[in-house]
Design a protein. Structure first.
Length: 212
């Protein structure tokens, strides 16, 4: 089995030009990255060397690749929310979220909600006919089209909640399951985190905008 090795690694500006590629055995490939690491000290070469020579367990190698790639991405592009206006953004502004929560629980706000609910005849809590009920389907159902609502503590035998149905039928064997976006600075790759290509191509986590 042979690997294509970039003589000048992509993380150092190397390209896919045939003149920059050489076929090596796995052992030779590991040795090439060892020499590159000892000469230049790049983490990509260290992890490629350790991974190809199986000196680091695969799970630990994946964790290290993702950690180093995240550091690299942060160093190159900064924090994704840096410089963005966030004063009215619930997802990233804790102070604004706290202020809204306080305003929503004032006596005036509560009374306004009560008046609105009374006007539209909205039934809350145990006054609602569906209070305490959950959607259920038959255990052998193929979809949720024939779902029925039952009290959570009175689900008939042979029935399960739609949430249990969805969890059970997640497509774990789908071709895209578990895959993530990776890139080499020029091209995007959609790979499983344990793919050897992440190491051999010196990929970093994330997707970049490709301009045609």
């Amino acid at each position: 089995m042979s690997h294509l090795h970039h003589i000048i690694p992509k993380h150092m500006g190397g390209t896919d030009d045939p003149d920059n590629l050489i076929k090596l055995s796995i052992e030779e490939h590991a040795e090439a990255h060892r020499k590159l690491f000892e000469e230049y000290g790049h983490w990509q070469d260290y992890l490629a060397w350790q991974g190809l020579s199986k000196m680091i367990p695969r799970e630990e190698l994946i964790r290290m690749v993702q950690s180093e790639a995240a550091k690299e991405r942060l160093k190159q592009f900064g924090h994704p929310w840096a410089g963005r206006k966030s004063i009215n953004n619930f997802s990233i502004n804790d102070e604004f979220r706290k202020q809204v929560a306080i305003l929503a629980n004032t006596p005036e706000a509560k009374q306004k909600r009560k008046n609105t609910f009374a006007k539209i005849k909205h039934q809350q809590g145990n006054k609602n006919s569906n209070y305490g009920k959950v959607w259920c389907v038959e255990n052998n159902a193929t979809d949720c089209s024939n779902r029925k609502a039952y009290n959570a503590n009175m689900i008939p035998d042979g029935w399960i909640t739609t949430q249990e149905f969805k969890n059970r039928n997640k497509k774990k064997n789908h071709s895209t399951a578990g895959k993530q976006w990776w890139n080499d600075g020029v091209k995007n790759y959609y790979l499983n985190p344990n793919s050897i290509e992440i190491i051999s191509l010196n990929l970093v986590r994330g997707r970049i905008m490709v301009v045609n």
